[in-house]
Ligand binder design. Sequence first.
Ligand code: ADP
Ligand code: PEP
Ligand code: MN
Length: 537
Amino acid sequence: MQETGVHNGAHGADKFGLKNLKGIYWNFGAPQLYEHALRNGEAVLSADGALVADTGVFTGRSPKDKFTVRDATTETTMWWGGNQSITAEQFETLYQDFIKHAEGMTLFAQDLYGGADPSFQIKTRVFTELAWHSLFIRTLLRRPDRADLAAFVPELTLIDLPSFRADPKRHGCRSENVVAIDFARKIVLIGGTQYAGEMKKSVFTTLNYYLPERGVLPMHCSANVGPAGDTAIFFGLSGTGKTTLSADPNRTLIGDDEHGWGKDGVFNFEGGCYAKCIKLSPEAEPEIFAASSRFGAVLENVVLDEITRKPDFDNGSKTENTRSAYPLESIPNASPTGRAGQPKNVVMLAADAFGVMPPIAKLTPAQAMYHFLSGYTAKVAGTERGVTEPTPEFSTCFGSPFLPRDPSVYGNMLRDLIHNHNVDCWLVNTGWTGGKYGTGHRMPIKVTRALLTAALDGSLRNAEFRTDPYFGFAVPTALPGVPSDILEPAKTWADKAEFDKTARALVGMFQKNFAKFEAQVDADVRAAAPDVKIAAE
Ligand SMILES: Nc1ncnc2c1ncn2[C@@H]1O[C@H](COP(=O)(O)OP(=O)(O)O)[C@@H](O)[C@H]1O
Ligand SMILES: C=C(OP(=O)(O)O)C(=O)O
Ligand SMILES: [Mn+2]
């Protein structure tokens, strides 16, 4: 077997049962991985120097194809209400079939850290079939110093073989696509998909399993810190603005997607960002545009001009979920340590496509718990012509697909952290205004940024507030630089009766979804729920 590159010789591929490989390329950096990806025909170059790959059938994650081994331990520690199981035997068969499938291949291997805090990081080794996947995961996780590679002993191992085809009968899965996690052996197997995001979210899932018992709350959120050392975190489901809004030129970026919060403050799990790049423009998002337009960026499913090889970020013909992965260093004001102090503000982002939530609201701690457990956003139909009804999505803790533990584990930790550190909580609607999706328009990024700036620098506290009649939270009535109508959604709708009907319907959806948490939460959280009478009338 041909092995090239630096690694810990005592802990080679054979430790994971990999055998009869043709070779392994260990810990290659971007230039070598570009060369392999281009030579193998996996990817092409953009005019700006980004590596551009297509992911084929899967252009997003596939949560329905994700499985965890159910054994004596996970039987009682896992949240089986939100996770799918396979048996230890099915996993073992899958594992052996992965090893067989890899025979004769030359794999790429990366030794990386999940977690910027040395006390809580997980040493992760990732074997990939594709060179561009190796560059992706090297970009997204944290890269050890070269000098530390020779002694690197992995704790978690990922094997990512897109050409593998799973067999539901044999492996207990659902289709040819599979993400299988065995917490006992700390192994993740990813097969049948080329969507690179599965790799980073598997490491996230693993940290979500282990960190709570060590006193760290893992969170699906972005984070940045202001000049005064004031940390802010931004929870939100996919597409709500975590990545976009955390890249704020006036604040230091900690990370765009996954963080831990413990007694020493907040730390990033990752070393890179994974931005959505549909309609990405240098005017609205200059930092992300620049980071996506240079050597080292990995673009997924972005259409290039055939002749000039310039990316066309407005083209969603392959998918609306076009992506750009780049190292944190590509953002000018990113934190070199990935760590920051105790948060002063917690922001919950929701892209409300019904257009009834205000652009910002101040939440009491109990309301914050209500919205954290609800985990609301709305998706727009979009793809089918004429279908303009938004679909609500409630994903508890803003990250249901990544939660191995019961939501109450994360909820109770957040409640205590907010209380102990006296944190201000906000709800921000980055979705629709002026009507629901189909009639109104998306909240201008400028407005969202202005409101966030005022919330984070403390000036918004001095504004006058009204109580939202539907959700009960406090909404500012005026703020310099923001048209005041936009602060009161009802005023932005031409048809007031239609607004009222839509708002009541959304409150009703919240209430229906929250029923499953009612018995579990403290009385103050139950009391913070939107008023029942309004929705029932
Ligand atoms: N007011 C707004 N706030 C945040 N993002 C917005 C807003 N209006 C439009 N967008 C767009 O919505 C998308 C948000 O995606 P992103 O920041 O990647 O979300 P997440 O990281 O939460 O998945 C981006 O494409 C951004 O350009
Ligand atoms: C990486 C992802 O997260 P987000 O959309 O929240 O940025 C994803 O959903 O694949
Ligand atoms: Mn993101």
